[in-house]
Design a protein around this ligand. Sequence first.
Ligand code: G3I
Length: 393
Amino acid sequence: METKYLIFYPSDVMKHSFPKHSLTIWLSITGLCLVLFFVFTAEQQLPSLKKVFIKDFYVGVAVNQGQMAGYLPSDVALVKKQFDSVSPENVLKWSRVQPKPHTFNFGPADKYVKFGMKNDMFIIGHNLVWHKQVPDWVFKNDDGKPVSREVLLKRMKYHIDKVVGRYKGKINGWDVVNEALTEQGKLRDTKWLKIIGSDYIEKAFEYAHKADPDAQLYYNDFNLWKPAKREGVIRLVKELQKKGIRIDGIGMQGHWYLHKPSDDQIEASIQAFSKLGVKVMISELDISVLPIPKDHDNPPPSIRHSRDPALNPYANGLPDSVKNALATRYASLFRLFEKHKDAITRVTFWGLNDKETWRNNWPVIGRKDYPLLFNRYNQPKEAFYSVVETSGK
Ligand code: G3I
């Protein structure tokens, strides 16, 4: 009788020794411990991308300034668990590092490099010479007129010496020149090209090599699956190789869509680039699930600021059908990357989760996109598991 009473009416027993509010506290603490236990266990059991693909290629992620400053501790924990390579989303770009002549801001970049070193990661420098995120003063004299070729080369060399030199032996590979080609595979009409001439690319590679002879040096661009652009890169790499200038790899950015480009188009470029004897990297991977507006590579203001709901169909959540389509697309891409694992040395996601991704603001500002493997709360998506499942298959 006594036992039955204890089993069926524990709270009645407890109320002799605990006041009522203590019981509530006790139950809350127990509940909290159970929740924490399950969260911790689930977290422990989550596969790690870097471990899953350890024999194939580095799995990298672009990190932002807030993450490296420690404002987003759960992001940082996820980065450490999942990735063995990092890229700086913005902090190493010219406008951030040398916003004014001879005035350097290395604070955020130092934090980034320190983080990568502390966690034993393959650290990428992004980037040295680009037509975007480079201040106007670089190309102008004090009187506002364009600088001469000699002055611009001097400024380029000075910047590269300072930045690459500072992280010599720490940053493992540099995107030396970024997005220098048009969709037709010709040299893009930038101030670098106009003022220096077509040899600005080789000069950038030469300066970077001098500044850190052990660092790997890459050419990085988007839409490299397009045949004309692919041919442009091949010409560029062959030209550098003919002149004996070091180039180690090509970064195919990988800002793709659910149904575009096709795996075959991507594969053709991976094969063509690897034939050049350089490494191939998928350097900025993300898959937008949103409608593709016209002129999406160069959107006019009417598209940039569009509030058309048809362009932002998943503002209230992603339907299962699209979640599954994203998972299928990612699985298919990773099967392709593994097929070419002898050529591909790194696959880097451009951002950690769907909250931080730049694609929420490009080509249309303020949309809700879902391009990565982790959702807005850092939880793994169907696409994460579909990628993990491809390993070793
Ligand atoms: O930090 C400022 C903030 O203070 C300000 O309030 C806000 C207002 O616009 O802007 C913030 O800066 C933005 C920055 O991202 C950080 O979020 C810039 O406006 C915005 O232009 C910048 O965009 C970056 C873009 O490069 C610039 O071209 C993206 O984050 C970055 O993901 C993107 O990365 C590029 C690669 O470097 C090269 N390949 C393409 C890729 C995607 O565009």
